[in-house]
Design a protein. Structure first.
Length: 93
């Protein structure tokens, strides 16, 4: 999944479609990590694509953390929203 796919989740949610659940998010994260590893192993890999994957991963991890926190505190995990790349990229690691 790329940044556009995360935006698609957000658009689907805004239109009332069901949001991705934790299992789907974990599957997406696994897929992105595998793609990221393949790129790293490829000499002369596309740095732009790699950056897109890194941003998408940050957004997925952030959304997963939001969903887990909401569930832990008795809130609706489906109310969690994907944050813009500009926001998640400013978090301290």
């Amino acid at each position: 999944m790329r940044v556009a796919a995360v935006a698609t989740w957000r658009a689907a949610r805004d239109e009332g479609d069901p949001i991705v659940d934790n299992n789907a998010l974990l599957e997406r994260i696994t897929s992105l990590v595998a793609e990221e590893q393949r790129l790293h192993e490829t000499p002369g890999h596309d740095k732009t694509k790699l950056r897109e994957i890194e941003i998408a991963l940050d957004q997925c991890y952030d959304l997963l953390r939001q969903r887990r926190a909401r569930r832990e505190f008795g809130d609706d995990p489906d109310a969690a929203a994907t944050r813009d790349p500009e926001i998640v990229e400013r978090y301290l690691q």
